[in-house]
Design a binder for this molecule. Structure first.
Ligand code: SF4
Length: 358
């Protein structure tokens, strides 16, 4: 895949842009004042593979709480700022690795200039986070509505404001809850700037719907080579955002993290409890550190073929399964033991692949 080469921006020890692996981000759903709860969730996100997380800074107490969070967090922490530039200054003071501001609700240019000066002094980047829901009314009027033109204008305007302050440590997002608008806006923006782009479909919905909308929006752009970092926004546990992000990236061959499960849709030939097996295996492989492929197939039609492609695979027969490893049939497994035996084989293959990678 030809990826658009953008400038490289560092957030803590994470490199974004310039063809680096697409970075997976999430955002804490905890109250930032609950320092222990926020850190607990950051650790869960980190374990799932999240590389950068963002916390809400709605008031000065939250900006001060950031200090304890940043110092104990295993990953860089981004401060999410709306309306009040003084919160951005306080978050920078308290160790934020990056500041996200929304130009649509920070109307005073002088305020943005102060944030840029403070971020420059500490060498931390700013994300210009444009949202279709908060484009300034004058910009909406000028471009005849909330559309790709008004979104891109808002982003470029904010970028130019930062550049006038001699600040270029910038990452840009231009999110919408409508994947079509989001795709069109990022395409247009990508033609005009070479700052790294943070992709997301905002307010995408619940885990079920939101994953689909995000996969369409984020996946379409990534497939065109656009995008340096992503967040899948879901109404649910943010850990699911991280799993979904990797699923999108793995589907496009952009990141390899965790076990990839392929399973067949079942049909009239299926004579094993395949759906239960696939669901159980899916939940048990979440978070495993192996970069391997596992196939759970219903029958001998496509089963052995798909299982051949996988590091470990099972193909259903008449009440039992045939286990494959790297295309070779190994042994039959009773449907009663299939979960435990397949998990044992996954751990064996995963460990072997880790050792080979050393
Ligand atoms: S692999 Fe077999 S059981 Fe599964 S959908 Fe294909 S034909 Fe049906």
């Amino acid at each position: 895949m030809n990826r658009k080469i953008t400038r490289e921006i560092r957030v803590g020890d994470i490199h974004i842009g310039n063809g680096m692996p697409v970075v997976v981000q999430s955002m804490n759903s905890t109250n930032t004042l609950d320092i222990d709860g926020t850190l607990r969730q950051i650790r869960e996100l980190h374990e799932a593979g999240c590389e950068l997380t963002r916390v809400a800074i709605p008031n000065m107490d939250a900006a001060e709480a950031l200090n304890s969070i940043v110092s104990a967090s295993p990953i860089p922490v981004v401060a999410d700022i709306h309306y009040d530039y003084r919160l951005a200054l306080a978050a920078i003071e308290n160790g934020a690795a990056k500041i996200r501001i929304n130009p649509g609700n920070m109307k005073d240019d002088a305020a943005v200039a102060k944030v840029a000066a403070a971020a420059r002094e500490r060498h931390i980047p700013i994300r210009v986070g444009v949202n279709s829901g908060s484009i300034a009314p004058a910009v909406v009027d000028r471009f005849g509505g909330v559309n790709a033109d008004s979104m891109v204008f808002s982003a470029i305007n904010a970028i130019q404001l930062l550049e006038r302050e001699n600040f270029s440590d910038i990452i840009v997002s231009i999110k919408s809850s409508d994947p079509r608008l989001m795709i069109e806006s990022y395409r247009l923006l990508s033609q005009q700037i070479d700052y790294p782009l943070h992709l997301g479909v905002t307010e995408a919905g619940t885990v079920k719907e939101g994953v689909i909308r995000s996969a369409v929006g984020i996946g379409t752009l990534l497939a065109e080579g656009i995008g340096d970092t992503i967040r899948v926004s879901l109404t649910g546990d943010p850990v699911d955002e991280v799993y979904a992000a990797y699923s999108i990236l793995k589907s496009l061959g952009l990141r390899q993290k965790g076990v990839t499960l392929i399973s067949c849709p079942t049909c009239g030939r299926t004579a094993v409890p395949l759906i239960e097996v696939a669901n159980e295996i899916e939940s048990r492989i979440k978070g495993l550190p192996y970069n391997i492929k596992v196939a759970v197939m219903g029958c001998a039609v496509n089963g052995p073929g798909e299982a051949r492609e996988a590091d470990v695979g099972i193909a259903g027969g008449d009440g039992e399964f045939l286990l494959f490893k790297k295309g070779k049939p190994i042994r039959k497994i009773s449907k009663d033991n299939v979960i435990e035996e397949l998990m044992t084989e996954i751990h064996l293959s995963g460990t072997e692949s880790q050792n080979r990678g050393k």
